[in-house]
Design a protein around this ligand. Structure first.
Ligand SMILES: *[C@@H]1O[C@H](CO)[C@@H](O)[C@H](O)[C@H]1NC(C)=O
Ligand SMILES: *[C@@H]1O[C@H](CO)[C@@H](O)[C@H](O)[C@H]1NC(C)=O
Ligand SMILES: *[C@@H]1O[C@H](CO)[C@@H](O)[C@H](O)[C@H]1NC(C)=O
Ligand SMILES: *[C@@H]1O[C@H](CO)[C@@H](O)[C@H](O)[C@H]1NC(C)=O
Ligand SMILES: *[C@@H]1O[C@H](CO)[C@@H](O)[C@H](O)[C@H]1NC(C)=O
Length: 446
């Protein structure tokens, strides 16, 4: 997961494109053409400078590290942009070096939504469109069946909100529906929720695996116990997850919105109802009243995986709320629950290079990894998750719903994120970072 929210957070106010059909308001036209900064001055040492001049939005900020990381991350986008071949055009890869678990052309569904969101700010809108088409034409997922959970449909809508290209958007409608329906096989009709292993939600070695990977399907008690089921600890059990179900709600709502823009009111209604039903089921099963937090529930036994994981912050980013009475905003209880993981007592998610992926007070939290395996999501700081988390914090701060999660708080978490994107004093990003030590803990490029 080599890319980050950094792009979205800044380019949201700057980027645009020249398409004529705009279902959403955009900034004044003069913002698209006025150039105040000397663009070339930010690109010293970059290859193919003209590409950046042609494509990226430029920023100048007082914080030198933030500025350096911003331009570095722009180069990360470019490094992952690969021309595949005629008629498929471009794709964004998740990993620089090909990996066996990727889908066609080395795209990977879990990060594809994120890649669409970042690349929608490039002036040449065809890069993101090529990636979108890889999913809506069915070539990527249908070839190998579903793989990782994703929010591609939601990202397609957010892409159009940046470009204003309603014609392209509505042309994706049937492909968006087909991709969504591939997930029917993971929908449990008794709970009405989607289930997936944590591994296939891109979070192996996480809390649910530790809770059922011990002797006789119980909790892990000792790491070196021969009676542990190491495969279950790694994969995790089939689980109803707040991340995955929030993605599906957001995806269904995106389909409803595209159907509405396409002028098909009955189809829009059908998908709104589907989203609302799923959201209600998610509240019924995955909201923990005591923690006031979204939790995992293990499929089959419906055992709650009690404990705060960073994925509990994800639903809010996708406008999925715990509030039953007012679906357009979160409940006060939800905000209190999100705040509870953010206390400065060293027990929640906050660390110098965090957030952690599992709360530090959890018995299965580990700050240091015991293996050379890249991805251990019972604590390690993960830029991909941090991006979603920062999106949630930004929403709370903008809504002015919390005395803790203010713009200043967001700023301090964002600064940590900037500082995390370094190696030996130069901007750098990899998969997993020690939450308490200035060092990457998992790096596929090495
Ligand atoms: C759930 O129900 C639908 C029809 O109501 C059916 O098509 C689908 O196969 C069922 N899913 C599972 C996993 O049983
Ligand atoms: C709306 O979509 C449905 C399902 O694809 C289709 O059967 C119907 O003809 C569409 N209606 C309109 C007005 O386009
Ligand atoms: C829902 O919440 C919003 C934002 O707090 C508020 O403006 C609106 O009045 C609420 N609606 C209802 C029906 O409570
Ligand atoms: C990691 O290793 C340390 C030291 O050997 C041990 O105390 C800890 O329980 C281990 N944790 C895990 C999750 O393996
Ligand atoms: C935010 O909320 C606080 C407390 O409710 C209020 O005093 C303040 O005026 C609000 N700020 C904005 C910008 O709405």
């Amino acid at each position: 997961m080599k890319q980050s929210m950094l792009f979205c957070l800044f380019l949201a106010v700057l980027g645009s494109a020249e398409d004529p059909v705009r279902p959403y308001p955009l900034p004044d036209a003069h913002l698209e053409t006025t150039s105040i900064l000397d663009h070339s001055s930010y690109l010293a040492g970059f290859d193919d400078v003209q590409w950046y001049l042609d494509n990226i939005p430029f920023i100048d900020v007082p914080d030198q590290q933030l500025q350096d990381v911003y331009y570095y991350r722009a180069s990360v986008i470019k490094r992952h942009l690969k021309y595949v071949h005629e008629s498929h055009g471009f794709i964004f890869t998740e990993f620089i070096h090909p990996v066996s678990w990727a889908s066609k052309f080395q795209t990977i569904p879990d990060s594809a939504g994120h890649h669409i969101l970042e690349s929608r700010w490039l002036r040449d809108t065809n890069y993101a469109k090529d990636l979108i088409l890889a999913y809506t034409r069915g070539g990527t997922e249908a070839l190998s069946g579903i793989s990782y959970t994703h929010y591609v449909q939601r990202a397609i809508l957010e892409h159009a909100q940046a470009t204003g290209d309603a014609a392209f958007l509505t042309a994706q409608l049937s492909g968006m529906i087909a991709s969504f329906n591939l997930w029917d096989i993971q929908l449990d009709n008794t709970t009405g929720l989607y289930h997936r292993t944590p591994l296939s939600d891109a979070q192996e070695y996480s809390l649910p695996g530790y809770l059922v990977g011990g002797p006789n399907g119980g909790p892990v008690q000792q790491w070196n116990d021969a009676a542990n089921d190491y495969s279950t600890i790694f994969l995790g059990p089939e689980t109803y997850r707040p991340s995955h179900n929030a993605y599906m709600i957001a995806n269904a709502r995106a389909i409803a919105e595209v159907a509405r823009i396409a002028g098909n009111a009955s189809l829009a209604q059908q998908w709104s109802t589907r989203a609302a039903t799923l959201e209600q089921r998610m509240r019924d099963l995955l909201w923990d009243d005591e923690l006031q937090f979204w939790i995992d529930v293990i499929y089959g036994t419906n055992t709650p995986a009690v404990g705060r994981q960073l994925i509990g912050y994800f639903p809010f980013r996708f406008d999925v709320f715990a509030s039953v009475s007012n679906a357009s905003s979160p409940s006060a209880a939800e905000v209190r629950g999100l705040e509870a993981g953010l206390s400065a007592d060293g027990e929640g998610f906050l660390t110098e290079f965090g957030p952690t992926t599992l709360e530090q007070r959890n018995p299965y939290y580990t700050a240091l990894k015991n293996s050379t395996y890249c991805c251990v999501w019972n604590g390690q700081s993960w830029p991909f998750s941090t991006g979603v988390y920062l999106g949630t914090l930004a929403r709370i701060a903008r809504a002015n719903m919390s005395e803790l999660v203010t713009k200043e708080f967001w700023g301090s978490e964002f600064e940590k994120y900037v500082r995390t994107n370094y190696l030996d004093g130069v901007p750098y990003t990899a998969e997993s970072h020690y939450p308490t030590v200035d060092m990457w803990s998992g790096d596929h490029a090495k």
